[in-house]
Design a protein around this ligand. Sequence first.
Ligand SMILES: Cc1ncc(COP(=O)(O)O)c(C=O)c1O
Length: 402
Amino acid sequence: MTTSRELLQARAERTQRWVGRLESTPHRRNSFMPYRPVPGGPYVDVEGERLLMMSGYSYLGLAHDPRLADAATAAMATFGTGAHGVRALAGTTPLHHELEAQVARMLGRESALVFGSGYATNVGVIGAICGPGDTVVVDKLDHASIVDGCNLSGADVVRFRHNDAEHLDRRLSALTGDGLRLVVVDSVYSMDGDIAPLPQLREVCDRHGALLMVDEAHGLGVIGATGRGIEEHFDMPGGADIKVGTLSKGIPSVGGWVVGSPELTYHLRYAARPFLFSAALPPAQTAIALEALRVLDAEPDRVTLIQQESARFRDKVREIGIDVGDSETAIVPLIIGSDEAAYDYATRCRENGVVGLPVVTPAVQPGMARLRIAITAAHNRDHIDEALGAFAAAAQAQGLAA
Ligand SMILES: Cc1ncc(COP(=O)(O)O)c(C=O)c1O
């Protein structure tokens, strides 16, 4: 009989084989760069090389802002270094209440709750709302944390074609039974940079009496005139029933949030297991998130800059002859084709001084491998032009240029 130790060994070896394929040559390894430390930004030091980072997530460019670091220091001086417990017992500080009030106010809802991560938020919210007998209907490209939340909830899970409201309509029409129906989408898709069609999704959900939940992980600070996300983008205040997001991307801390009615957050406080049974956000991270939201509120120009520069960047990339798909946001995929071609292209860009991280199968469809580029408020026009120069030269060298 195979022992548990042997079974574990076999599973670890399977992972090694899978990663080994991704990193099978120095060439692939150097463009893929998994788990390589990339401190700083927009220039990063990778193994002694100074490179321009074009694949980050810190959209608002606040990760090195001294105001955030000062807020963290002050919070630690007052409340200590850790949260000392779960929120329901010893873990709540006044900063948590302040952060929740700020999130609720900025996202146009009465109430908010802050979790330990965006992942925990999706798992906790979906699990607390849905259970056996209910159905969650998800976009095919929804983030893994949404998928995991669905699977852990015990509800039935149905997928609809990406950003296709008509297909969602058909999926909802086919459901039987009287359980709760929850439709979950990302506001901005992390590998494509396109935006969920909120008006159409809302209309379909209303017709079927379904709740609509939107994950703003890549929307907060990025879309909408002042970075408030998808409802501001479409001028549809209250367009989603439930909004969730992360505090680890545009807001450079850690944690996640949900906004909705006071009844919803009351329910989640007692029913969302990742909230109830996991330590509260540490004071420093809570203070950083709070300060970053204040900066977002006070400096909407950061959002304007991201939107203007990413539109200019997209146009220039198209001129080079590279497909950017349906991108409308700070996330701009440079779609190259095969995995090997994407690795080659990333390597060439790195040789030209620019990091563009490749995203290959199975994360994307075969033939759709890409470099996932994100324009942030830390990039000025010179940085972006430097990146465009590197992308154009690499495209020329690889025979991709128009
Ligand atoms: C759409 C989306 N939702 C949720 C998450 C998870 O957020 P966190 O990193 O805070 O756990 C991510 C992170 O990549 C994401 O892209």
